[in-house]
Write a new protein. Structure first.
Length: 422
């Protein structure tokens, strides 16, 4: 993904003076400086002091050069709310990559609404200096319901490409196209980075040429666990499994907790959809493990989750129950020793998120096949997830997205369906 780069030029002079004890002290202090990466949104910035604060950590950005696509920008390009990824040694910035969610040319401005790449954002802090035709970087956080909260809009010089990101929908593998929001993406000549299987529901970043509601992509990029090794990431929880041992932030980053995970300003029971968190991450056996979770505010915005159980069939990275397909993504978690090779014929429980009609499968686990069944989803025509109720009890919830419990007979007919009291 194309990103602005803020390179800090640091000249360190180590001058030996005085006795051995002073020299030893300097060496010890230097050796204690640790490196890490911060990925988050700027809390504060001082142009006079050349300092930037992210996730309550203030960084020294003295003598910083701001560059993007070989162009140089003033430090003032960065503002409060700008999304960055900063490599640190102690509190000294070695490199900061600005990571906008959208980059492009402004096509419309109406009051607090600004349209870029056929997508309209609302931002009360929009500068009056930005006008139609200007190029901007938009930093924004995605809520659990897929809505955007803009944190900054920064004007820059005209660029040779645009950038968007979001969840893939309406994928057509024959035409090599898909949609992200209102934008049609043609990926026929694009480089696919960290993408094993391109599928609906996959969160991607797209670089390319934008014209008339379409992007001709040069690169389509999905994140991998290695992107966040030894990284402190800021985000909003968009999904949590039933045991609160696995959660997702920003609709794309799946994180596991274990007995060694530490919690600040909260505890494991507060891992709930809608909470804003800062998470220290480490890759262990290819999975992201939370070293520490620091809780911030509860946004109060909930997404739509699904839960379905039944006998699984499997083909080509898709697990199906009652003929309904759920694509398996790179971040789908398999529990209880299950693998793609052992899914077929198993009675399983599937958990995930519904994103604009796309089922994003987050977890697959074994479930007991008994007379009681729990389901979460939309009831339509007295059915839910391919199950019908013989007594019409599902019909009470037609048109609703509900979490219910039912009795199930040997023919998979349901009865006595009622809302889950939990």
């Amino acid at each position: 993904m194309e990103r602005l780069i803020l390179v800090t030029l640091i000249s360190v002079a180590l001058v030996g003076c005085g006795g051995d004890s002073d020299s030893s002290s300097d060496t010890s202090a230097d050796s204690q400086a640790t490196s890490k990466t911060l990925n988050g949104y700027v809390d504060d910035i001082s142009y006079s002091d050349k300092s930037i604060s992210v996730s309550n950590l203030t960084m020294n950005a003295d003598n910083a050069n701001v560059q993007y696509q070989s162009q140089t920008y003033p430090l003032e390009t960065i503002t409060k709310g700008t999304h960055i990824s900063a490599d640190l040694m102690g509190n000294i910035v070695n490199e900061i990559k600005l990571d906008p969610e959208y980059t492009g040319q402004v096509s419309a401005i109406i009051n607090d609404n600004i349209t870029v790449n056929n997508t309209t954002f609302t931002y009360a802090g929009l500068s009056s200096d930005i006008t139609v035709g200007d190029w901007v970087l938009i930093s924004a956080q995605v809520h659990a319901d897929s809505s955007w909260k803009v944190t900054s809009i920064n004007e820059i010089s005209a660029l040779s490409f645009s950038e968007i990101e979001g969840s893939i929908s309406q994928l057509d593998v024959n035409a090599f196209t898909f949609m992200i929001g209102n934008v049609l993406v043609d990926y026929s000549n694009a480089i696919l980075d960290d993408i094993q299987v391109i599928q609906n529901g996959l969160w991607v970043e797209v670089d390319g040429q934008y014209q008339n509601g379409q992007i001709i992509a040069s690169k389509v990029d999905a994140e991998s666990a290695s992107d966040f090794d030894d990284t402190d990431v800021e985000g909003i929880i968009s999904w949590v499994n039933s045991t609160q041992t696995v959660f997702e932030i920003n609709q794309r980053t799946t994180i596991m907790v274990d007995e060694s995970t530490r919690y600040e300003d909260g505890n494991q029971s507060m891992l709930m959809v809608g909470f804003k968190v800062n998470v220290d991450l480490k890759v262990v056996n290819g999975k992201l493990i939370a070293i520490e979770v620091d809780f911030d505010d509860d946004t109060g915005i909930q997404g739509r989750e699904f839960n379905v159980e039944g006998e699984a069939s499997y083909s080509n990275s898709v697990v199906s129950i009652n003929g309904i397909d759920f694509p398996i993504g790179s971040n789908t978690v398999f529990d209880d020793g299950l693998t793609i090779n052992s899914l077929a014929g198993q009675w399983v429980e599937l958990d995930g998120r519904d994103v604009n009609g796309q089922f994003v499968l987050k977890e697959i686990e074994r479930e007991d096949k008994d007379n009681e069944i729990s389901l979460e989803g939309k009831v339509s025509g007295n059915t839910i997830w391919g199950y019908a109720s013989s007594d019409g009890s599902l019909g009470l919830f037609n048109g609703q997205w509900v979490e219910i419990e039912c009795q199930r007979d040997a023919s998979n007919n349901l009865s006595f369906c009622r809302l889950d009291p939990d």
